[in-house]
Ligand binder design. Structure first.
Ligand SMILES: [Zn+2]
Length: 365
């Protein structure tokens, strides 16, 4: 059944000439085609719905995914799969694979995504959902972010449905993380989290010719988001990182009008005013373009308006010393791992003897 979406909607695929030799599939070219052109394309080419940095097919080069291709080889027949997909109201392309026989059905199902998915972990959630819930009996290696599919033989009968919806990927988790590079309306390529808020950008979640989106930071949820008017006014929240990366300015805090550094050296917690110039040197943000965005980011994310006190706590759970800052309460908790350490009650005051600090902090030491 011909549907108007076939020509209007497009999908970006990574392609390499069709071959059945695993070793030949290291480099792929990213190409945008109409949905209607998928059947002929996946006969001529090996393909992937994943775009890799430089086209180099490695998990670590994962940029984003525009869809997922399930590889069904046990259980479901083609007819059963079609019924399930139509019940779910999903657009799809179903292509029998090279080893398909009438007795044993083996086929691929390409499901275009509603939006580009930049987060590998969300991509993996979607892949698991498709192969577990929508098309049970599809393959196990679904979470492979270097995944590609062999092209179908010339005479296979490929079926499609483009009258429904692309699978809504916004339900499966954040679509981007702090490594996301975006392009501003003025054509500058920059990390989304380094940008001044509300700067117009080309939406990273659809093929955006005109800048339809902006980045902003929500103080309440302490997180970044991208809002795109062309993507049905969707707000795309950032995936919070489990571990700190160098961009998080781990040791640096905004306090008062200045920049402070905190950390643990050996057994001692320290806090020192370092000032903005030193902050830019230490975080490699000294260049003119990087200075203001970096300082703005620090203030928005890590501003302590008021310091109350420092609590020193023995912590049997901890395997190393660490500290936590609560910017709302102004309380810093220093957790000491339960290994013998020197008398820690007051070493911060006595050892550091930082007069500037005592003069500046409005709490009793
Ligand atoms: Zn968009």
């Amino acid at each position: 059944m011909k549907n108007e979406n076939e020509d209007k909607q497009t999908i970006e695929l990574s392609l390499t000439p069709r071959n059945y030799n695993g070793d030949q599939n290291t480099f792929f070219t990213s190409t945008t085609i109409s949905l209607g052109a998928i059947p002929q394309t996946i006969k001529a080419k090996n393909f992937s719905t994943i775009k890799w940095r430089g086209g180099s097919r490695k998990g670590k080069n994962f940029l984003y995914a525009t869809g997922f291709t399930a590889d069904v080889d046990t259980g479901l027949s083609i007819h059963e799969a079609q019924e399930r997909l139509e019940q779910a109201g999903l657009n799809y392309v179903l292509a029998p694979s090279k080893s398909h026989t009438p007795e044993q059905h083996k086929f691929h199902v390409l499901l275009p995504f509603s939006h580009r998915v930049w987060s590998p972990s969300t991509y993996q959630n979607i892949a698991k959902h498709i192969s577990g819930e929508i098309l049970p009996g599809s393959d196990r290696a679904v979470t492979d972010t270097a995944r590609f599919i062999y092209g179908s033989p010339d005479h296979t009968d490929i079926t499609t449905n483009f009258g429904d919806k692309n699978i809504d990927v916004t339900k499966f988790g954040p679509l981007w993380d702090s490594s996301l590079m975006i392009t501003t309306a003025r054509g500058v390529e920059i990390k989304a989290v380094d940008l001044d808020i509300k700067t117009p950008i080309h939406c990273p979640f659809h093929a955006d010719e005109s800048p339809s989106a902006f980045v902003d930071y929500a103080k309440d949820s302490r997180n970044w988001y991208i809002h795109c008017t062309a993507c049905d006014k969707t707000t795309f929240w950032m995936e919070k990182q489990v571990t700190d990366n160098p961009d998080s300015f781990e040791s640096y805090w905004s306090y008062g009008t200045d920049v402070w550094e905190m950390g643990i050296k050996g057994d001692d917690f320290y806090i020192e005013r370092i000032g903005r110039p030193k902050f830019h040197i230490l975080t490699d943000t000294i260049s003119k373009e990087k200075r203001d965005p970096a300082f703005g980011r620090l203030v928005r994310r890590k501003h302590i308006s008021h310091l109350t006190r420092i609590d020193y706590l023995g912590d049997v759970q901890a395997d190393q010393h660490y500290y936590q800052v609560n910017p709302e309460s102004g309380i810093i908790e220093v957790h000491y791992a339960a290994i013998p350490v020197k008398d820690q009650d007051n070493n911060f005051v006595e050892d550091e003897g930082d007069a500037a600090l005592r003069g500046n902090f409005p709490y009793a030491l």
